[in-house]
Design a protein around this ligand. Structure first.
Ligand code: 13P
Length: 256
């Protein structure tokens, strides 16, 4: 299976800054077998970057999309409008769930919209600090998986990527602390076991599961070697081209 390194830039960089960053990254990055690198800039930068990018080296993703394909939805961007520009779309990031109050229904409809439009959804799931403290991690992960994948047929499941992002480990969250490899391994097992029980062993093993939360060049190697982890979804460290490149180099060694 491929290893995925995905940089979620969140609401950072002007279009000009994004273009300069990409220019730098394209100079250093070399395509590698079994490694897929993607950057996920703001919507406004997708069109210009799509003209600049070398898709043999890296791909583009969107951070969000509307669940509808077109219509009277002021301020929204649909995946129908984004397809052609992006290969991936992050869906249900915790910042969308908890800052913008996205509901389970919206999230599953967005996943379905991506599949309908030929874009790979990266469905983010993860428990909050208090859910973890109260021993609810397993239930939360299962609920978010059941709900997020509800409108997806078994045949389409292998067009999805899951990202496990414990909210308490995301660097911008107050009091964030990095997850230990054991914390992550236990949640990855919950995710894979659920997928296996629901969809069967074959498909459960085929779906890439990424980890995200305070990933940096120092811990990337340890995180990537956790069994069942197929890549990383990186926030803060992806904003610094040299750090993102170091993580890519580590991933190349792991993927080789
Ligand atoms: P950090 O890597 O900054 O913790 O962000 C993780 C994240 O939210 C990626 O989607």
């Amino acid at each position: 299976m491929k290893t995925y390194i995905v940089g979620n830039w969140k609401m950072n960089f002007t279009v000009g800054e994004a273009s300069i960053y990409l220019h730098k990254l394209l100079k250093t990055i070399k395509p590698a077998k079994n490694l897929q690198v993607a950057i996920v800039p703001s919507t406004v930068a997708l069109q210009p970057l799509s003209l600049q990018i070398d898709r043999k080296k890296l791909k583009l993703g969107a951070q969000n999309c509307c669940e509808k394909d077109y219509g009277a939805y002021t301020g929204e961007t649909s995946i129908t409008q984004l397809r052609g520009l992006v290969d991936y779309c992050i869906i249900g990031h915790s910042e969308r769930r908890y800052v913008f109050n996205e509901t389970d229904k919206m999230i599953r409809e967005k996943v379905a919209a991506c599949i309908r439009n030929g874009v790979t959804p990266i469905l983010c799931i993860g428990e909050t600090e208090s859910e973890r403290t109260f021993g609810e991690t397993k239930d939360v992960l299962k609920d978010q998986l059941v709900s997020g994948l509800k409108d997806i047929s078994k045949e389409d499941l292998d067009k999805c990527i899951i990202a496990y992002e414990p909210v308490w480990a995301i660097s911008s969250v107050k009091g964030a602390r990095p997850a230990t490899p054991d914390d992550i391994a236990s949640s990855i097992n919950i995710i894979r076991d659920h997928l296996k029980a629901t969809y069967g062993k074959e498909i459960a093993e085929k779906i890439p599961v990424l980890y995200g939360g305070s990933v940096n060049p120092n811990n990337a190697g340890a995180y990537l070697t956790i069994p069942g982890v197929n890549g990383l979804l990186i926030g803060g460290a992806s904003l610094i081209a040299s750090q993102f490149n170091d993580i890519i180099e580590t991933a190349k060694k792991v993927a080789a």
